[in-house]
Design a protein around this ligand. Structure first.
Ligand code: BGC
Length: 841
């Protein structure tokens, strides 16, 4: 076996050989390798020919190590958009493209994919996950793993496990029944390991699975017994960033790498624990061997990295994938937007038309070189049309970022003073630009003072604000507007409050141009592995029309135009890692904007730019509604491609769109006394809706596309459901594209279980009403038919038997319902499972 090993291939002897190699090293050397050398790097060891392994986030692109000033990366559609393609090939290609980006940025391990489950629509990282369904999550997630790793770059599959919400995320205990864990939350990790994942990230949270209760960074049952011993994972378990707080527990539990470093609970403390016999040295050897294996696989040990062979145009890939993942929630059969004459005038309105939200907040952030706005995209597609852009009201709470370069009086920019703990000046400097952060400050800097003189020349009310974290005194125009003496630490990074920090807005009235001093005295945030930093978001709102005026202007633009496109959605204040949402409503007055635009133009196309479900109270009124996700950097182009019908919008919802918050099965994610009770059991997502009978705004799997379809049961005997020798079920259906344009269909097979006798074990009685058993994507020309074969893997029929600790296939007749969503079921068939034999019905 060599470093060329591909995803899925494993050789147990390789780990043994590397363990022997590890045994020859001095203890201190070995332990040193187990904690990061820095934020994103592991240690090198020249004697072994080991160069540092470099990691980077994931999962919407590869950010890089931020060591290069102005580093930019390709911004891909967010994972929920990839999930919405239901397309394993697109996910595989995305993984390959990540690998290419990784190599461009000198990265060996991409901290992706995230295969947690969208258990609740309020979950802050919903957009980073693929689906509320474990099988769809697993299929897309494993395709990303394969794509990355067949190009020689490691996936780090995260966050293991039951890390499905953000509130109290570093401490909550997920209380999950073992069967539920196996059938829902572990399932995508199990498949990723089977696909050969080279690393897995241990989550922040704790898990109580009935066998063991404790932090995932030290959960011996789930890390060692299940992941490594039972599922055969031979890669390295990497801690989530600053997630490890124990020495022996984590070392004995099965964690292999503490990130970031230096520092943390291992290093010298772990050397002592081994010397005292609290941690067996063979555990250390095993960890080192796993790191060496990871290093060998990515070309950091013995042999250099393999060249990446994926060479598609990445911008084209982003554009294509975002368009393909777009979900047509509603389409006007009489007057489809793609079939209308080229517009002579276009009204492009809505807050997200002006500032599209192309990615969610938190660690997945990448910095694209350019984002194509909707205006740029529509103008490029219809160059002869006149384009009117109107925001229609600001949906953001915070004022925009202050234009320091354009606004500072005398071109002065930001004066920066470093002070020590006694208040003595350590350094003074002037920065021409301000990006909101000063990082990597030396330990002796206690406080940083920022002064900027802002020139306000428009008459009226200006708003100035400094958004920051605890530990500050803010003065605006000579008045102290905010003061907080608490020094902040790493918690402001972990809860993401550092990303959109609140401030106290000050209104400054201007009659004649004047200068206003904004002064921020900031206690340095000591953020452990993230370093010492200060954070200040300088904000400024010029005197502006009121929301009412802006909405009225947008309505007038819509009235006058041939084509109205309203882009509404969430923004960085709403969807982010670090917190969960408290409302599913669109922020600001966007619902009102849509209603008022529809009043004057019922043919207006509404484009929803959000990663996770939002309520759309006007949905039934709008004739055309598209869900474009966080589409990535080519947003404007992919939206235009879909509107013009240049590309089939083949997306299908990978989750349920609620009509009312009251119907949502898991409506919030607030732990009860520190515990997140997974009381919904195996009835996650749409399965709970099927059980309760509540009617969503759009069901799981829904997406109309731009054409129409009919489904026919094939009468060929070989097309009837049949079981393969492995116990999978295969069936073939005929789909016909009954529309006038080529299209793509996602054929979905839902399984309904046999009725279990009252004497049957709970796992056989408490099964979902129906669940996704398999799916396939097919491209069919207008008017043509295709026979589509779908596999329902045996595992999709099985239940986890907690008593025996095994998978079990309950006998009986399984109904197979084939269709376009969990509610649009077109064909009905069945397969009989009797012990290991099967007959068709
Ligand atoms: C996130 C991880 C991420 C890591 C490094 C953590 O806060 O939970 O998903 O990979 O930071 O940025």
């Amino acid at each position: 076996m060599t470093s060329q090993s591909l995803a899925g291939e494993r050789d147990p002897a390789e780990l043994d050989t590397l363990r022997t190699r590890a045994q020859e090293l001095p203890l201190r050397e070995k332990v040193r390798l187990l904690t990061g050398r820095s934020m994103w790097r592991l240690h090198a060891l020249d004697e072994l020919g080991l160069r540092p392994v470099v990691m980077s986030d994931g999962p919407v692109g590869v950010r890089g190590t931020s060591e290069v000033e102005g580093e930019t990366s390709i911004l891909f559609p967010s994972p929920s958009a990839i999930g919405a393609t239901w397309d394993r090939a697109a996910a595989h290609e995305t993984g390959q493209a990540f690998a290419r980006e990784a190599r461009t940025h000198g990265v060996d391990v991409v901290l992706a994919p995230q295969v947690n489950i969208q258990r609740t629509p309020v979950g802050g990282r919903h957009f980073e996950c693929y689906s509320e369904d474990p099988y769809l999550t697993a299929q897309i997630g494993t395709a990303v793993v394969r794509g990355l790793q067949d190009q020689g770059v490691a996936a780090c599959v995260k966050h293991y496990v039951a890390n499905d919400s953000e509130t109290q995320r570093t401490s909550y205990v997920s209380h999950v029944d073992p069967r539920v864990l196996r059938e829902v939350y572990l399932a995508p990790f199990e498949d990723a390991v089977a696909a050969g994942a080279w690393s897995v990230m241990a989550a922040y949270n704790q898990v109580d699975d009935g066998v063991e209760s404790g932090p995932m960074t030290g959960h011996r049952h789930l890390l060692t017994d299940v992941l490594k011993d039972e599922l055969g994972f031979d890669g390295a378990v990497v801690s989530d960033w600053v997630a490890t707080h124990t020495t022996e527990l984590s070392a004995n539990g099965g964690l292999d790498v503490v990130m970031p470093g230096p520092g943390g609970p291992w290093e010298d403390a772990l050397v002592r624990a081994v010397e005292d016999g609290r941690v067996p040295e063979r555990e250390i050897d095993d960890k080192v061997a796993r790191i060496l294996l990871l290093a060998r696989r990515v070309g950091a040990l013995d042999e250099p990295a393999r060249p990446v062979t994926h060479d598609d145009d990445l911008r084209a890939l982003v554009r294509r994938t975002a368009a393909a993942g777009t979900v047509v929630l509603r389409s006007d059969a009489e007057n489809p937007v793609w079939d209308r004459p080229a517009p002579r005038s276009i009204a492009l309105v809505g807050p997200n038309a002006v500032r599209p939200h192309v990615l969610g907040g938190g660690s997945s952030t990448v910095n694209p070189a350019h984002v194509v706005t909707p205006a740029e995209g529509l103008a490029a597609r219809w160059p002869d049309a006149t384009l009117t852009v109107a925001r229609g009201g600001d949906a953001r709470r915070f004022a925009p970022r202050l234009d320091v370069e354009g606004r500072s009086a005398d071109g002065a920019a930001v004066a920066v003073t470093w002070l020590d703990a006694e208040g003595a000046t350590l350094r003074k400097s002037v920065l021409p630009r301000w990006d909101g952060f000063l990082r990597d400050l030396p330990a002796e800097v206690d406080t940083v003072v920022l002064d900027v003189d802002v020139l306000l020349d428009e008459p009226g009310d200006h708003v100035l604000e400094v958004g920051t974290v605890p530990g500050h005194t803010i003065e605006i125009d000579g008045v102290v507007v905010a003061k907080d003496d608490r020094r902040s630490g790493v918690e402001v990074i972990l809860d993401s409050s550092i990303n959109n920090p609140a401030g106290v807005p000050a209104t400054v009235h201007v009659d004649a141009p004047r200068r206003v001093r904004v002064s921020a005295s900031l206690l340095v945030t000591r953020a452990q592995g993230y370093g010492n930093l200060v954070r200040a978001e300088l904000r400024h709102r010029v005197p502006a029309p009121s929301a009412e005026q802006e909405i009225a202007e947008a309505v007038e633009a819509a009235r006058a135009a041939d084509l109205t496109v309203v882009v509404v959605g969430t923004n960085e204040e709403v969807e982010s890692e670090g917190w969960d949402r408290t409302s599913l409503a669109l922020p600001g007055r966007q619902d009102e904007l849509v209603e008022r635009v529809l009043d004057v133009d019922p043919d207006a196309v509404v484009v929803v730019n959000a990663g996770a479900p939002v309520l759309l109270p006007w949905l039934d009124r709008a004739r055309t509604v598209l869900w474009v996700w966080f589409p990535g950097q080519e947003a404007g182009h992919s939206i235009a491609d879909v509107l013009a019908g240049d590309v089939e919008a083949a997306g299908r919802l990978p989750w349920t769109l609620p009509a009312a918050e009251a119907d949502v099965p898991v409506p919030h994610a607030v732990p009860d006394q520190g515990v997140v009770e997974y009381a919904d059991g195996v009835h996650v997502g749409y399965r709970a809706w099927e059980r309760s009978g509540a009617v969503p705004a759009a069901p799981f799997g829904h997406g109309l596309g731009w054409t129409t379809w009919s489904y026919d049961a094939s009468d060929e005997p070989e097309h009837l459901p049949a079981r393969t020798p492995d116990g999978d079920v295969i069936l073939t259906v005929r789909v016909t594209n009954t529309g006038s344009r080529d299209g793509r269909e996602v054929v979905q097979v839902y399984v309904e279980p046999p009725v279990a006798p009252a004497s049957a074990p709970v796992a056989e009685r408490d099964r979902p009403v129906r669940w996704l058993g398999g799916f396939a994507v097919v491209d069919v020309a207008a008017g043509a038919s295709a026979d589509v074969t779908v596999t329902v893997p045996r595992r999709q029929l099985e239940v986890w038997d907690t008593d025996s600790g095994r998978w079990h296939l309950p006998a009986g007749t399984y109904r197979l319902r084939v269709g376009r969503s969990v509610h649009d079921l077109r064909l009905d068939t069945a397969v009989r499972v009797q012990e290991s034999t099967t007959e068709q019905e």
